[in-house]
Each structure stands twice: as C-alpha cells, then as structure tokens.
Design a protein around this ligand. Sequence first.
Ligand SMILES: C[S@@+](CC[C@H](N)C(=O)[O-])C[C@H]1O[C@@H](n2cnc3c(N)ncnc32)[C@H](O)[C@@H]1O
Length: 220
Amino acid sequence: MKSSRQNMFAALVAGVIFAGGLSQAPLLPTLQADGQEAPRLAPTSALLPVWSRTVTVQDGQSLAPYVPTPQEVVDRMLQLAEVTADDVVYDLGSGDGRIPISAAKNYGARGVGVDIDPDRIAEAKANARRAGVSDRVTFILGDAMTTDVSEASVVTLYLLSSSNLKLRPILTRQLTPGTRIVSHAFSMGDWQPDTVETFNDSRGNPRTLYFWRFDGQYRQ
Ligand SMILES: C[S@@+](CC[C@H](N)C(=O)[O-])C[C@H]1O[C@@H](n2cnc3c(N)ncnc32)[C@H](O)[C@@H]1O
C-alpha cells in the first residue's frame, strides 16, 4: 500500500503533466503578421493531457492546429474556386470535414478530406453521414505531405504560410494544369495568387482568401 506521502507525490506529478498540456492552448486569438487570426488548438484537444494527444495523432508533422473555417467563409472559398459537379475537391487538413461536405452537398462535387488526427476523421465521417453525402465524400487518415493529390481539380487549404510552402512542391509536381487552389488566410511564398479576396465576415473579422489556377509550372 502507498503511503499518503507517495500518493501526494503521484498526484503532484500528474497535475504538472496535465497543466503542461493545458498551457499550450492560447486563451486569446493570436494574430499573424498579416492580421489574420492564427489557428488555435481546439478546446477539446487542449484539455487533453500531453501524452494522450501524442498517441492519438497519426505519425507525420503537424502542419496546423485545428481551427474550423466558419461556414460562410467555406461558402466563399467554394464560390471563388467555381466548384461544379464535375470537380474533385481535396481539403488538406480537413478538420470536421465541412469543406468537402459542403462541396458535395451544395455543388454535387466529389470531396476528399485528409487529416492527421483520427478524432477529426471520425467526426468528419459522422458529419458526412448526417449531411447525406457519405457516397460522395471520402476521409483519409494520413499526412497531407505524403498523400497523392493528383486526382484533385480543386485543392483547399487552411494551414499556415510555412505549411503551404512545404506543400507547394508537392502540389505543383502532382496537380494537373488548370487545377484551382484556394487558401484561407495564408499565401504561398513568392507564388503570386491570381486573385486575393478580402472581406469582413458576419462577426466583423477580416478574412483573406488566396486563389491560384495552376499553370503547370513546378515550384520548389
Ligand atoms: C486549421 S485546421 C483546418 C480545418 C478545415 N480545413 C477547415 O478549414 O475548417 C487544420 C487541420 O489540419 C490538420 N493537420 C495538421 N497537420 C496535418 C498533416 N500533416 N496532414 C493532414 N492534416 C493535418 C489538423 O488536424 C487540423 O484538423
């Protein structure tokens, strides 16, 4: 049997580890240099102790924490890409699946979401079932850096500028000329977008969408 001193020590150690996990969650939005809100840890994952988050996320590097794009911004992204029923829309880092699900539900497109977090994939699949589009949407548990995106005709991103830059050689090696890319909030280094759309969402937050139509040129 443990002495009460040993029990107190164990509780103290557990508390310190738990607090370490919690402290990674910023309480207030963080702004990027361009004035956009930085993706934050979701409250649910932030409340998990460090060790449980480490074991639930698929191997691979994290390109961004989970922050959903508001639905009205998703709608603008799909409009900007001029999505139709002929499209295959890939969302790299798909979170709860709202972008591929909206593409399927509102435009009849085929949607594919890739996420490194099994909880997000499970949530996205449940959302697709609820939306009645499971037959047109696929969610892949995996690393966006190693996923074959060559069948995409539209790619959507809400990651970070540095992550977009890591994906750039992969996208420009694999995608077919004419493929449209829309990124919420983050640009892609010196690859100039064809269109930049800025607006305030219904809560008054400034939003920026970057749009590229791939010209077939490989970019490192
Ligand atoms: C900012 S959220 C965007 C979610 C969704 N695309 C949206 O706009 O609502 C970024 C997502 O990328 C996922 N992610 C981070 N690193 C990843 C990687 N290497 N491969 C695939 N997904 C990743 C996270 O789990 C998170 O769900």
